[in-house]
Each structure stands twice: as C-alpha cells, then as structure tokens.
Write a protein that binds this ligand. Structure first.
Ligand SMILES: [Fe+2]
Length: 438
C-alpha cells in the first residue's frame, strides 16, 4: 500500500522521512520560496529511487522557461524512464508529462498534468506545474479552470488551501472575471501572508481594473513580507513599478527598478524580463535610463539561439533595439525565421506570434514606425500564444500606441487609447499618451 505525502497524494517511495522532506520542498515551491531545488537535489543524492521527488525536480526544470534548464529535465526524465515500472499511477502521469514536453509536445504535456488531477486531485505538485504550463502557453481559460476542478477536494482547513485559491484567483483574473478574482485573491491573502502568488493575483486584479492607488497602498503595506532576490519578490515589485508608471511617477518606478530589478551577469531570464519590460516602458515614456540596458542586452545575447519561449525573444529584442545592437537583432530574427518553419508547437507559436512581434519591436528600434505598426498590429491578438500575463503583454499595446504617435498616425493612436480607457478610465498615463497623440 502506497504512503501519502503531506498533501494526501500517493507516493511509491517507502521512507517517511524522505517523503516529509519532499512535502516540505513542495510547500516551499507553492510559496515560490527558496530552495526546493537544492532540497530535492540533496534528497535524491541520498535516495535516488524516490520517483515522485525526481518527477517534482524535473517538473521544475520543465517549467523554468529557460532552455538552458532543459538538459537537466532530460537527465532526470531519462532516469525516471528506467524507474517507471516501479512508479504508481500518479507518478506515471508525471513521467508521461515529462516525456511529452521533452518531445516538444507542449500542449499535450500541459494536459497530461491536468489528467493526473482527475484521479489524484490532491496532487498539488501536478496542479502547480500544470498551472505554470498554462502561464507559459498563455492558456487563460485553463489557468482559470485547472484549479476549479480540484478545489472541491480541498478544505479551508488544509494548510495549502490558500495556494489553490491564489492560483484560482490568478486564473479568474487572466480570464477577465475581475470582480470574482479580486474577492478570491483578497480571501487568499487574508488566509496566508506567505502566499506571494496570492499577493501577485491581487496585484493583477487591481492592475487590470485601473485601481492604481489601491494597488500601491496594498503592495507597499505587504512588501516587507516578500523578502528579496526571489522571483516573486522581484516580480511583485515589478507590479508595483507598473502602478507608478500608470500614475506617471517615473522616477519612483526607476528607483524601484534599480533597487530590485537591476540585472547582473548572473540574473535569471525571468528576472531579466521584469527589468527589460520596465526599462522599455520608461524609455517610451521619455525617461533616460542611462546605461542600464547594457548588461541586460549582454545577457540576452547569450540566448539568441534558444528559439524556445517567444516571451523571452520579445524581451531580448527590446534590449537589442534599445541599445542599437543591429547584429544581435538580425541574428535573432534569422534564428526565429528558421524556427518558425518547424512543424511543432514551438514553431507554430513563433510563426503566429513570436516572429512578427519581434520584427515589430526591431522595426520600432530602427525608427521604422510604419513597419512596427504593421507587424505588431497584425500579430498582437495572437500574443497570448507566447505566454506570460495580460499585464506583461500589455507592453505590446504600449509599443503600438507609441509607434502610431511617432508615425503621426493620430487616428490609430486615438483608437488604441480608447481601448485603454475602457478598463482604466482615469489614467494619467493614458492622458499623457493622448497629449502626445494630439
Ligand atoms: Fe505578474
């Protein structure tokens, strides 16, 4: 008879102390706290036959979004393939998801994590990993629905309940159900102050509804709980920076960048995206960001050949365009043109969203605003394919507005500003764009 992990899901491993360590690491992962990877690596050195722990570690690498982590995923998948005959049904589901992702079947892998939950709804690892694949693949409805399907199998007395509410709240927000999302996110944050994903969900709700003052008030009140130098501590401050941009408080946003998002040669890609996204917006708003781009562009130059996540490619192009690195920009477009011909999930995403949007940002950087308008305008409604959140992808709309303004296309600029005003009727930033358009 299989033992249960601390969440109530079966594991084939028999050592209770090992299972407890696995549970502790998985719980840290739920709060995006350090260092579940280190804990599981140590655990696997002691107990290399702990299948579920290895599935968890490989799944973290699967969702890492940086192609440089893929060899680690492959390494652990190869070991799991030799252990599969000893795996239980839950673990076989994880191994299947890893196999699909390894083979480039990204959408099928995401569904494989969902399938595990049909028979094992207490597998919170499958839930979180699947939730992250929804984010990487831009599946808003699945982001909303995946937690919904398991929520009835959890009780508010479960210590992990708030984490599921946080995922649910984020999914509701991404799917546009702002009122329900905000209620759920507030409930989640009230239950567990360690839940940085719940904080993040509420930040998104307030952002999308233009509740900027409320957002600044909420985020600054809980900022001291996020810690420093973790992905969520950086990304939540990026959200705070967005609020300052919306209020045209550019100096404060830039200070927020420098305090928490400044890139170093060792920065992770996801953290670099936050820096690039904020610098790009600030620069479009007329702020001189000095030489801050240089290290960002240096780092992105090392991943030009990935052609893996279009979200990465777009942010890389921001850095090349901002620094006038034509050679890197051309190299990246050539890599994407080649990758777009592949008959794979990634090839389709690059063809339909990544490549045209990267071309648009490259044209913007060269000052060819007519071309930027054409490329971005034609592809922006496919931008969800490249993953990330609506708030993150909003940089595409900002860039199109700015391209229209710089191209002297006032009718297009005004039409795009009408879109912004629908959800954010009282925005100093929109007013600033409108003045420039006029
Ligand atoms: Fe976010």
């Amino acid at each position: 008879m299989d033992k249960l992990d601390r969440f109530g899901a079966q594991v084939s491993h028999k050592d209770q102390l090992d299972i407890d360590v696995f549970g502790e690491a998985a719980e840290l992962m739920l709060g995006y706290a350090p260092d579940p990877v280190g804990m599981i690596n140590t655990l696997l050195e002691k107990s290399p036959d702990f299948i579920m722990a290895r599935c968890f570690l490989a799944g973290i690498f699967l969702t890492a979004s940086d192609k440089r982590r893929q060899p680690l995923m492959h390494k652990h998948y190869d070991i799991l393939a030799t252990q599969a005959e000893h795996a239980n049904e839950r673990e076989k589901g994880h191994i299947h998801a890893l196999k699909l992702w390894s083979g480039g079947n990204l959408y099928a892998a995401s569904q494989a994590y969902a399938d595990i939950l049909n028979t094992c709804p207490r597998d919170i690892v499958a839930l979180q990993l699947g939730h992250q694949t929804d984010f990487l693949l831009g599946h808003a409805s699945s982001t909303r629905d995946r937690p919904t399907r398991v929520l009835g199998h959890w009780s508010k007395t479960d210590p992990q309940y708030s984490y599921i509410l946080g995922m649910q709240a984020f999914g509701l927000e991404e799917a546009g159900h702002y009122s329900a999302a905000q209620s759920m996110a507030e409930r989640c944050v009230g239950m567990n102050e360690k839940d940085t994903w719940g904080v993040h969900a509420l930040a998104h709700c307030l952002e999308m509804q233009g509740k900027v003052d409320e957002g600044v008030d909420f985020m600054t009140r809980c900022e001291d709980r996020w810690g420093n130098d973790t992905y969520m501590s950086i990304h939540n401050r990026w959200h705070l920076g967005l609020y300052y941009l919306e209020r045209c408080e550019f100096d404060t946003a830039l200070a927020m960048h420098d305090a928490h998002m400044a890139v170093t040669p060792k920065s992770e890609l996801m953290d670099m995206h936050d820096s690039a996204a904020l610098l790009w917006r600030l620069q479009m708003d007329g702020v001189d960001v000095g030489d801050r781009w240089n290290v960002v562009a240096d780092n992105y130059a090392c991943v030009i050949d990935q052609a893996y996540m279009s979200f990465t490619d777009l942010h890389a192009m921001m850095s090349f365009a901002a620094t006038g690195r034509d050679k890197e920009a051309k190299a990246q477009i050539a890599v994407l043109e080649n990758a777009a011909t592949a008959n794979t999930d990634t090839g389709t995403i690059i063809q339909q969203a990544g490549l045209p949007l990267v071309r648009g940002f490259e044209a913007f950087g060269r000052g060819d605003y007519a071309a930027a308008k054409r490329h971005i305008g034609n592809a922006r409604h496919n931008s969800h394919l490249m993953g990330g959140s609506i708030a993150q992808r909003d940089v595409i709309n900002w860039t199109l507005i700015e391209a229209a303004i710089r191209d002297g296309d006032t009718p297009m600029a005004n039409a795009l500003l009408a879109e912004r005003t629908l959800m954010k009727p009282h925005s100093p930033l929109t007013d600033m764009f409108a003045r420039k358009a006029a």
